[in-house]
Design a protein. Structure first.
Length: 488
């Protein structure tokens, strides 16, 4: 049997065809542009996701017909926090406001005033990226949109709807709405009232590995699949990435170094820590929770420097490694918070900062400062999660940032722990989605499927020669300002 794992990312969509042992046999991808109509806004058209998903499956059907003929299940990983508002005909009433949109800052204070303990019941303190503040913003600025809305779903749910005709969501993704009590896994009436949302306009709640529906017959014919293809409910992207590397046992953690960064740790106890901006929600693996420490700008920070200098990200990472080999004393310090700070400070208004520059510094110095700054933001998240009593006993890193083993070694040095980089880590979310599909088809084998570890590509160790200097510089990093320039 073959299982398709769709990763609905912010900047692109990937789909992998995976066998029963978890090996990717074929894949295809498409870029997914983001619309930024105003500073601080970030949105996408949900229909764009479906068009691109169809393009990908059309390609796979044309290039790998034998694999598609064995397709047994499909599931999804999706970028989170963006409400997808649909009318009675399942048409979007507005673009999806994405996770990195900042327009609802004022509504966060309003929500906190209504429900002071909201952070201890949901996945953290109110943040403009989360769902409920966006609903309050729309109520003020686009009430006609809400009047036309019949149901609220999440990005990957919209693709599930198009695949099956069924409306549903599941608990990992629903946690980002701030309408779900994360301890109980149920919609919360007080939170709904605070957000001005009617429970009747919410879809059924499933488990991530539950069957959401069957692939529509016309799509089976279009892609030459068997007549009975199961579609599982899926999960948010971080949860799928964790499942993709087997982080479905308490203590196992997945470190995602992508556009943003997340340290995801599986936990068998609900350990909320909104005071440290740690997000704690139901995991995609039944019976577990997932603790998340968030770095808002990870590879995005290096990409910013790449645009500034005209050098590629790999070139900059190599320059930083060469610079570190000479010693890091005297390098500038950076807080690369170009899209705000989440864990542990919860400062969506934070700006990026590079301090200590002199005429003698060059691109290598600044590249090191950026890589170090991101590593230190990961360490700040790690210490926050440990302070919240989240168990972290093993670490696996995935995402584009793992292409630089030096960057991973900075994080390993700060964590004082080995970090494993697995085979196929660049498609961990696709693999996790495929595992959810396989679990829906083979529920008796679910625990084995979800906890399976991938072969290791590298095991990155701490660098003892850097530890003392890095920890001294970390203390300075924590003192860097969040904002030094104000727009006028």
């Amino acid at each position: 049997m073959i299982f398709a794992g769709i990763d609905l990312g912010t900047s692109g969509i990937k789909t992998a065809l995976v066998d029963e042992e978890g090996t990717c046999l074929a894949a295809a991808a498409r870029p997914s542009p983001v619309d930024i109509p105003h500073p601080g806004w970030s949105q996408q058209d949900p229909d764009q996701w479906w068009r691109l998903s169809c393009d990908i499956f059309d390609e796979l059907a044309a290039t790998h017909p034998a694999l598609m003929a064995r397709l047994a299940g499909i599931s999804l990983s999706g970028h989170m926090l963006g409400p997808v508002l649909l009318d009675r005909d399942n048409c979007p009433t507005t673009p999806c406001i994405l996770w990195n949109d900042q327009r609802a800052i004022l509504e966060c204070d309003e929500l906190l005033a209504k429900v002071p303990d909201i952070g201890w019941r949901t996945n953290g303190q109110p943040d403009p990226g989360l769902g409920a503040p966006k609903l309050l913003w729309l109520a003020k600025h686009a009430p006609d949109v809400l009047d036309a809305t019949d149901v609220l779903m999440l990005p990957k749910d919209y693709v599930v709807l198009q695949l099956t005709g069924e409306r549903c969501t599941e608990r990992s993704d629903a946690s980002g709405t701030m309408l779900l009590d994360c301890a109980t896994g149920d919609w919360d009436d007080e939170l709904l009232d605070a957000a001005g949302w009617d429970k009747a306009r919410l879809p059924p709640l499933l488990q991530s590995c539950d069957v959401a529906g069957q692939l529509k017959p016309d799509l089976c014919r279009r892609w030459n699949t068997p007549e009975a293809v199961v579609v599982a409910a899926g999960s948010g992207d971080n949860y799928a990435g964790a499942l993709g590397v087997g982080a479905a046992v308490a203590g196992r953690a997945a470190l995602s170094i992508g556009t943003s960064g997340v340290l995801c740790a599986a936990d068998d106890v609900f350990h909320p820590a909104p005071n440290l901006a740690v997000l704690t929600t139901p995991h995609a693996a039944p019976g577990l929770f997932l603790s998340m420490g968030v770095v808002m700008s990870a590879t995005q920070s290096l990409d910013w420097l790449s645009r500034l200098t005209g050098r590629t990200a790999p070139e900059l990472a190599a320059l930083a490694e060469t610079r570190a080999a000479k010693g890091i004393t005297g390098c500038p310090s950076a807080r690369p918070s170009i899209t705000g700070v989440r864990t542990p400070d919860n400062r969506p208004d934070a700006q990026g900062f590079i301090g200590g520059l002199t005429a003698g510094h060059d691109a290598a110095d600044v590249a090191f400062a950026i890589l170090e700054g991101v590593a230190m933001q990961f360490y700040a998240a790690f210490t926050a999660q440990k302070a919240a009593n989240v168990p972290i006993t093993s670490l696996t890193a995935v995402g584009g940032g793992t292409r630089s083993l030096f960057w991973v070694s900075l994080i390993a040095t700060l964590f004082d722990a080995e970090i494993v980089i697995p085979e196929q880590g660049e498609i961990a979310a696709c693999l996790g989605a495929a595992r959810m599909a396989q679990s829906a088809v083979q529920p008796a084998d679910r625990d084995v499927i979800l906890t399976r570890l991938n072969p290791s590509k590298a095991a990155v160790q701490p660098v003892p020669s850097l530890q003392t200097d890095l920890f001294e510089r970390y203390q300075h990093h924590r003192s860097l300002p969040f904002s030094v320039v104000h727009s006028v």
